[in-house]
Design a protein around this ligand. Structure first.
Ligand SMILES: Cc1cc2nc3c(=O)[nH]c(=O)nc-3n(C[C@H](O)[C@H](O)[C@H](O)COP(=O)(O)O)c2cc1C
Ligand SMILES: C=C(O[C@@H]1CC(C(=O)O)=C[C@@H](OP(=O)(O)O)[C@H]1O)C(=O)O
Length: 364
């Protein structure tokens, strides 16, 4: 299988470049009978699309999705679901002066080493524009998980540079351009981003993503552990430099008595494990955090080399996200939903379902 496909039983293959004609994906493995229409997908795409606030890239794309196949009379048929989005606002000329130069921290240098040729119009295939298709595929998984299993996947911005979010009110997440769950932090974020934009610099961010209602028993014990697959899915998002499940790196400083999630007949007493034990879901909320690096394309000159190996100063024109994390919440949700959907199908294939004759441990 090529590196352009993700998953084992619920697979997502994407194609397309940022400045090409279109982006598309094929979602294979979705069971028949799920009511699905373009509006279901569009609602998720509209959360991710560029050009919606002054704190994101000013490239303006409608990201209007067309479903080409796999849906008949409003329901999935079980055959591959093909979806496509046309690119309309490329402005490739902005990149002509750096076509032979490598932007430090972007993928230009490594793509050239791997392929010996590079689509220098924008980020080409390395542009996070590709994540539109993950969001489209994730919308299918999200809908199935919610409708047939009662699983809800949602996320939020938990840190923007030095600004840490401590209070989570889910109702506020979609009410501001940051996906911030604490409205009282929004003015601080706006002021921070305005100062950053003036400086022409970029900043990192952290996203938290949570799946509620996941039954115990999803996952695999060894290589394809649910946490390993989640880490793969989340780390596969552009600019992600770290993934934590549950306590993550905080576990280093914890003692066993603090970290272990004790159980009572009424449920777990804490969730440091992030809902996964031995690679298998415990029935608690699945909690993951991702760290996104600051955007590499900057108007501030940076030292680099060109295709001949000569020293150059790179200045990137084009339109860029000053903080890529601001738009990453729907993408992280999509990747978590895709992984859970894949493991649900695997569990159904091997065990015929997810309900076992187990003591009734109520998830916290
Ligand atoms: C939602 C989102 C938007 C992004 N926007 C930009 C951007 O405008 N300019 C840029 O240089 N990088 C942007 N990136 C990051 C690049 O796509 C990424 O750094 C590049 O593909 C290299 O991959 P790596 O950072 O994972 O090594 C964005 C990433 C995400 C997730
Ligand atoms: C277009 C989108 O974001 C792009 C992500 C991106 C990058 O390098 O990742 C670089 C910029 O675009 P280009 O490919 O033209 O350089 C962003 O505008 C989008 O998300 O739809």
């Amino acid at each position: 299988m090529s590196g352009n496909t993700f998953g084992k039983l619920f697979t997502v293959t994407s194609f397309g470049e940022s400045h090409g004609l279109a982006l598309g994906c094929i979602v294979d493995g979705c069971p028949p009978g799920l009511a699905l229409c373009e509006a279901d997908i569009q609602a998720e795409l509209d959360r991710r699309k560029p050009g919606q606030s002054r704190y994101t890239t000013q490239r303006r794309e409608a990201d209007e999705v067309k479903i080409l196949s796999g849906v008949f009379e409003g329901k999935t048929t079980g055959t591959p679901i093909g979806m496509v989005i046309e690119n309309t606002d490329q402005r490739s000329k902005d990149y002509s002066n750096i076509k032979d130069q490598f932007r430090p921290a972007h993928a230009d240098y490594t793509y050239m080493h791997k392929y010996g040729v590079r689509d220098y119009r924008g980020g080409g295939r390395s542009s996070a524009r590709e994540t539109a298709m993950r969001v489209a595929a994730g919308a299918v998984a999200k809908k199935y998980l919610q409708q047939f299993l009662g699983i809800k996947v949602r996320g939020y911005l938990s840190q923007l540079g030095p600004i840490i979010v401590e209070t989570v009110d889910w109702a506020q997440v979609d009410q501001n351009p940051f996906f911030c769950p604490d409205a009282s932090k929004v003015p601080e974020m706006e002021a921070y981003m305005q100062a950053l934009n003036k400086e022409g610099n970029s900043i990192g961010a952290k996203i938290t993503v949570v799946a509620e209602g996941v039954p115990p028993g999803l996952g695999e014990p060894i290589f394809d552990r649910l946490d390993a697959d989640l880490a793969h899915g989340l780390m596969s998002i552009n600019a992600v430099k770290g993934v934590e499940i549950g306590a993550g790196f905080d576990a280093v400083a914890q003692k066993g008595t603090e970290h272990r999630d004790e159980m009572t007949p009424d449920g777990f007493l804490s969730n440091h494990a992030g809902g996964i034990l031995g690679g298998i879901s415990s029935g608690q909320d699945i909690v993951a955090h991702i760290a996104l690096k600051p955007t590499s394309s900057l108007h501030i000159p940076g030292r680099s080399i060109d295709v001949n190996g000569d020293a150059v100063e790179v200045i990137t024109k084009g339109r860029h996200d000053p903080c890529v994390g601001i738009r990453a919440t729907p993408i992280a949700e999509a990747m978590m939903a895709i992984v859970l959907m894949d493991h649900f199908l695997r569990q159904r294939g091997q065990n015929g379902g997810v309900v076992h004759n187990m003591p009734n441990i109520t998830p916290r």
